[in-house]
Ligand binder design. Structure first.
Ligand code: NI
Length: 398
């Protein structure tokens, strides 16, 4: 059979037929990965499966990129840009409760975010594009990234040069979505996912007897004032059209009712979709600490940590990829609202033109959620993802 020779006339059919042919093998790989989940930066077996499959396909690859990451390279028949497609490898510390025959064999660990689906989808994309390589003008880097859940893997791979040699010109990321039926896709124009910054604030006062607060500096009262004031960063400092979420998720201070303590610790999370809001929120929180020191005599030790940046799609890459998905699969892709969740693919998007697409994965009749112990994605989403993104790669490198 000659899917490749037919390709020039009918790329839709060629990609569909190749995907249908490899789908059973892909599902077998996915079930094997699902039964053997591994946590962030411990994906040794998973990386071994990826390397074995790439070797079987004749795709040159490098292991140990960003500790446990793997990168495959498919060189096209003609020169052109380099497209990276990224999947993540890691599982979660959750006890699986699906009852599936291929359920996790590791107590307390589960692929509850569907990264086993992502890894398999990218292997399928590699298989299809390897066959079509002579027709590609440019190259495809298959990026199998560790540690997405802990948001450390993209940084580690970038530090190890994943975007260089050859230099990556554009990148596509994807995630399965159980709130979307299998066969459907969504995307977000502009700011798609949030920056996730974090802070620890220690408010230092002066301890003493609860009956004589005038002899102390009370950090608990100051913490109360800060908790109230910090929401004005959201309501008074940033445009209502630029979302900000500030959450104090932990507060620790004091021991008994009749002692004013020396200090209070507050731990917060700051989510923003736009760089301007991100900077304004940090500046506002820093200023409130200065005000607390002047107004309430405490001393504030603020440790403000920048996490992943906002994830923003490149408009041109978005339009071209969406058109490819429609050309391959029909009218199955729609725009949707941004999310205040975060994703470390944003670190790729900060450096090269990028696009992130959501792949519907819900089984009919189920109402699954990510990070849930009973999550059962519909495996048909693997073939759908392979077709959509292989076609996008072919069109982007034509
Ligand atoms: Ni995930």
């Amino acid at each position: 059979m000659s899917a490749v020779p037919q390709f020039a006339n009918d790329p839709e059919r060629a990609i569909r037929e190749m995907t249908t042919r490899i789908e059973p093998e892909l599902i077998a790989v996915r079930r094997d990965l699902h039964a053997h989940p591994e946590l962030a930066f411990e994906e040794v077996r998973t990386a071994g499966v990826v390397a074995r499959e790439l070797a079987r396909l004749g795709i040159p690859h490098q292991t140990g990129v960003g500790r446990t990451g793997v990168v495959g390279l498919i060189e096209g028949g003609r020169p052109g840009p380099v497209l990276a497609i990224r999947a993540d490898l890691d599982a979660l510390p959750i006890e699986e409760r699906t009852g599936l025959t291929f359920a996790s064999t590791k107590p307390g660990l589960m692929h509850a975010c569907g990264h086993d689906i992502h890894t398999t989808t990218l292997l399928g994309i590699g298989a299809v594009l390897k066959e079509l390589a002579p027709r590609l003008a440019g190259s495809v880097k298959l990026v199998f990234q560790p540690a997405e859940e802990t948001l450390g893997g993209a940084r580690a791979m970038i530090a190890d040069g994943v975007l260089e040699a050859p230099n990556v010109d554009m990148a596509i990321g994807f995630h399965n979505m159980p709130n979307l039926p299998v066969g459907r896709f969504t995307y977000v124009r502009g700011a798609a996912m949030a920056a996730a910054d974090a802070f620890d604030l220690i408010i230092h006062g002066k301890s003493g007897h609860a009956a004589y607060p005038e002899t102390t500096v009370d950090p608990i009262v100051a913490a109360g004032a800060f908790i109230g004031q910090v929401q004005t960063v959201v309501s008074r400092e940033v445009s209502a059209l630029h979302p900000v979420v500030v959450t104090i998720g932990a507060i620790h201070g004091g021991t008994v009712r009749n002692i004013i303590p020396d200090e209070v610790l507050l731990r917060g999370s700051v989510r923003t979709l736009h760089a301007s809001a991100r900077a304004a929120a940090e500046n506002g929180i820093r200023r409130l600490c200065v005000g607390l020191e002047a107004g309430m005599r405490v001393r504030c030790a603020l440790d403000y940590v920048h996490g992943v940046p906002p994830l923003t799609s490149d408009p041109d890459l978005l339009d071209r990829t969406v058109a490819s998905v429609r050309a391959q699969l029909g009218d199955v892709i729609a725009e949707e609202a941004p999310s205040m969740g975060s994703e470390d693919f944003a670190l790729f998007a900060e450096r090269v033109k990028s696009f992130h697409v959501r792949v519907g994965s819900s089984q009919p009749g189920r109402e699954d959620r990510l990070h849930n112990s009973a999550y059962q994605p519909d495996e048909a989403c693997i073939a759908a993802g392979v077709q959509a993104l292989a076609r996008a790669a072919v069109d982007l490198l034509s």
